[in-house]
Write a protein that binds this ligand. Structure first.
Ligand code: PMP
Length: 330
């Protein structure tokens, strides 16, 4: 019989898929690594597992302990999934701007959530940061993964994502492209690929225009999960050869094209990474193999990126050449 003993055993080993239509005019092979096929729906399952394994091994997390983390997104899902399997309690601190769907995913796995006001300064006792720090000190047996500064985040990608790409491309990968949030994905995967190729693989970060990685100050952008207004410890800039800035409009347009032209329903940071990868790939030849990591799926963004009214409310154009049944009936 072929089965996994637990859902957690299915984390990682995600497939590579070639892009065929959005790559028109490009000679290089462009492959995407589909991380939404992880059990929690994102690449963050990998770091959650590694961080909890390490915390158990070091004694920071003991049986019956509580995981406390300020997170609204994919890391929370990964932690909640593994915590539930191993019998830990999870308390996630969320800013009130986080939509109901994202809150409901976390509570569905049995996590508890504490909602904090977005409109207060970080040093305010009610802020996202203050509340999570207070909960860590007040809850007995609390462990804070601290994904922005936890070295096990990049390490999980060094140990799994990088070797998977090297193995599946039979060492032919020439470029690796990933969006940068905590920086864990690009740092860990990039470091492995550089070592495996004696420095030959070029590592390219994709960043929302305005974020620090591409020289900005953290000006607000709408694409979720990537870009920062500070420098996380999980990011090692020496691994990264180049950072390409991508606008929200470009990210969302490519995200929609991936669904309609490649059958890949993915999130906005995936569209952003593909946009950056195609920009780089236009200058490459037929022997080049570009691997782009797609962190999560598109179902969490149906009310935003895939919703014409939402897009228009921010001044982004919809797909200009799409004639709809509505147009024909008008
Ligand atoms: N995209 C999404 C949707 C994410 O949730 C994250 C993680 N914050 C990233 C990209 C970036 O990954 P990393 O934190 O490893 O840089």
């Amino acid at each position: 019989m072929k089965y996994a003993n637990t859902i957690v055993d299915l984390i990682g080993d995600t497939p590579l898929v070639r892009l065929n239509r959005v790559t028109e005019g490009i000679e290089a092979t462009v492959l995407v690594k589909v991380e939404y096929l992880n059990p929690g729906g994102s690449s963050k399952d990998r770091i959650a597992e590694r961080i909890l394994d390490a915390a158990e091994a070091s004694g920071q997390l003991r049986p019956g302990g509580t995981i406390v983390e300020p997170t609204s997104g994919n890391t929370g899902v990964g932690l909640a999934l593994i915590a539930q399997q191993r019998g830990y309690r999870c308390v996630f601190v969320l800013p009130d701007k986080v939509g109901e769907d994202k809150r409901n995913v976390l509570t569905a796995y049995g996590a508890e959530i504490v909602v904090t006001p977005t409109s207060v300064a970080p040093e305010d006792p009610d802020s996202y940061y203050s509340v999570s720090d207070r909960l860590v000190t007040e809850i007995p047996g609390a462990f804070k993964p601290n994904q922005y500064f936890n070295e096990n985040g990049p390490r999980s990608h060094y140990e799994t994502t990088g070797p998977e790409i090297w193995r599946d491309t039979e060492g032919r990968v020439t470029h690796f492209v990933a969006g940068v949030g905590t920086g864990g994905t690009i740092t860990g995967t990039g470091r492995y690929l550089k070592e495996a190729s004696d420095g030959a693989v070029r590592i390219i970060g994709a960043d929302p225009e305005g974020s620090v990685y591409s020289g900005g100050t953290g000006r607000p952008y709408l694409v979720e999960g990537v870009g920062e207004d500070f420098w996380p410890g999980a990011y090692d800039p020496t691994v990264v050869d180049e950072v390409i800035a991508v606008t929200d409009a470009e990210s969302f347009a490519m995200t929609r094209r991936l669904a309609r032209e490649e059958g890949l329903l993915v999130g906005g940071s995936s569209g952003m990474a593909v946009e950056a990868a195609l920009r780089a790939a236009r200058t490459l030849g037929p022997d080049d193999v570009v691997v782009v990591l797609l962190p999560d799926g598109g179902r969490g963004y149906l009310g935003k990126i895939f919703n014409d009214t939402w897009l228009r409310s921010y001044g982004f154009a919809e797909d200009p050449d799409e004639a709809t049944v509505g147009d024909i009936l008008d």
